[in-house]
Design a protein around this ligand. Structure first.
Ligand SMILES: Cc1cc2nc3c(=O)[nH]c(=O)nc-3n(C[C@H](O)[C@H](O)[C@H](O)COP(=O)(O)O)c2cc1C
Length: 257
């Protein structure tokens, strides 16, 4: 039975969509410690009586590679984990399956999972305003349902939920492009210090290593001078492709318990 434990809320949220869903899910959790996967973390053991909540975005139908690498540094002891992906209203494809597999392989027992929708962090007009009040209420209710499940003896938690998705997982898309800074850049270094993969040199923030960049959009989001952007042609092309594949028709959260 687990109803008074401190949760480990583990998120990779370069532009805040995952954070917003994680916070809603955690509303009724008695105590929460946060682990931010957008920065390097140390290898650590997670005790069996520490329930784990993991919320990550979907990139190209997969879990972002740095999030998987850092999650693999958490060593579970058979304790419960809740796996959540957040996507920009196109599709989440193999991401939830990949996240659940990763957690299981790391020694956790997946007791619940979900896919939520947030504004598309590259093409911001797609799913603009998501998560909305309805999404957040579904997330709060999901968190409560998980807590009720964990309040039961572990023999009653039932079988692990089955996830949609395929193996082998989709190939990760390779996009040798990165946000560019214009002359408004004030050289404050915020982008460099907040980049999840260290793709921006602190002494030269106008240069970004396109091979290392994962296009997470954080540097664009946080730049105080509004000096960073993706090439206009790339954004236009992505916007058109998203519209063609139905990403403008709102999708709904999916819950697996
Ligand atoms: C590189 C990249 C790839 C993405 N791929 C997908 C995708 O395959 N399907 C989708 O629906 N949304 C996709 N998105 C949108 C994000 O999953 C969505 O905006 C998410 O909320 C971002 O999380 P964050 O706000 O916590 O950073 C992608 C975003 C980025 C930056």
């Amino acid at each position: 039975m687990m109803n008074k434990q401190t949760w480990l809320k583990t998120i990779f949220s370069p532009t805040g969509g995952c954070r917003s869903i994680a916070d809603a899910i955690a509303t009724d959790m008695p105590a929460v410690r946060e682990l931010d996967l957008s920065f390097p973390i140390a290898a650590q053991t997670v005790a069996a009586d520490t329930p784990l909540l993991v919320v990550v975005p979907v990139y190209g139908g997969r879990v972002p590679a740095p999030a998987v690498e850092r999650l693999r540094l958490l060593h579970g002891q058979g304790g419960p984990a809740v796996a959540v992906v957040v996507y920009g209203n196109r599709a989440y494809e193999d991401a939830l399956l990949e996240l659940c597999d990763t957690l299981r392989e790391s020694g956790f027992r997946v007791v619940g999972a979900a896919a939520f929708i947030a504004e598309h962090s590259i093409v911001r007009r797609v799913a603009a305003g998501r998560p909305d009040a309805v999404d957040k209420q579904i997330a709060v209710d999901f968190g409560r349902a998980v807590l009720s499940k964990l309040a039961q003896p572990s023999e009653n938690w039932g079988a692990e939920p089955t996830m949609p998705g395929n193996k082998p997982y989709r190939e990760r898309p390779v996009m040798p492009v990165a946000p560019q800074a214009n002359d408004d850049c004030g050289h404050c270094g915020s982008c460099a210090s907040m980049c999840p993969v260290g793709a921006i040199p602190l002494d030269d923030p106008q240069t970004t290593d396109a091979e290392t960049c994962i296009l997470c959009m954080r540097c664009i989001e946080i730049c105080p001078c509004d000096a960073r952007a993706l090439p206009e042609a790339l954004l236009k092309g992505m916007g058109e492709r998203l519209a063609q594949c139905g990403a403008l028709t709102p999708k709904q959260p999916e819950i697996y318990l």
